[in-house]
Design a protein around this ligand. Structure first.
Ligand SMILES: Cc1cc2nc3c(=O)[nH]c(=O)nc-3n(C[C@H](O)[C@H](O)[C@H](O)COP(=O)(O)O)c2cc1C
Length: 186
């Protein structure tokens, strides 16, 4: 069974982005999901000096192992002041030092949500432009605006148009995962 890694790019205990990533995974049939809690990967703020003095923390290597063992990854980005949360950025800075290509060439679906009407679009836009250069195959993206109005714990996305747009993006990920399943005819 294919393994899908979910990341809510926030360290908030009740992160709406972790909820969203988790629900997105639940929409994939016959796939095994695991959603990470960034609090399990908290490290000192990255600095070159710290790396030179103490090396790369075990948490960064453990995070990288999770990436490597996944067949595909779904990240939902929280936006703080128009950008990534410090918690996410710090982990990525450390993981980028483990080895080249943060995302190990895995297919990624990029999501974002916020209580506001722009749905954390700034951070999603930043992620769309940088993540393809971090050893990732970005297959799609979707931003969910006004989380509290458009998302239900049980039913997921409740707005039909938004659900259709989301499903189109999720389908792109499914297609890539299943493509990797096909045995080439020789
Ligand atoms: C320090 C801080 C900065 C924020 N900046 C933004 C922002 O720039 N854009 C936005 O849409 N929401 C912003 N918010 C609101 C977040 O979108 C909201 O807290 C959301 O729940 C964060 O996602 P999470 O629950 O997954 O952590 C900010 C919240 C905090 C605490």
């Amino acid at each position: 069974m294919k393994k899908i890694l979910g990341i809510g790019a926030s360290n908030s205990k009740k992160s709406i982005n972790r909820q969203f990533a988790s629900w997105a995974i639940s929409q994939l049939e016959d796939m095994k999901g695991e959603v990470l809690d960034l609090n399990d990967y908290e490290m000192p703020i990255y600095s070159k000096d710290r790396e030179n003095e103490s090396g790369i923390p075990a948490e960064a290597k453990a995070f990288k192992s999770k990436i490597k063992s996944a067949d595909a990854i779904i990240i939902s980005f929280a936006e703080y002041n128009g950008s990534y949360t410090s918690a996410y950025k710090n982990i990525i800075d450390w993981v980028s030092r483990v080895e080249k290509g943060i995302w190990a060439n895995k297919p990624l679906l990029l999501l974002s949500t916020s209580p506001g009407g722009r749905g954390a679009l700034n951070v999603l836009t930043a992620a769309k432009s940088t993540i393809p250069h971090q050893g990732a195959q970005v297959v799609g993206s979707f931003s969910l605006p006004s989380f509290n109005q458009n998302f239900d714990q049980e039913d997921g996305i409740v707005n039909e148009d938004l659900l259709n747009s989301f499903s189109d993006e999720l389908e792109k990920l499914t297609a890539v995962i299943n493509q990797e399943n096909t045995i080439p005819i020789s």
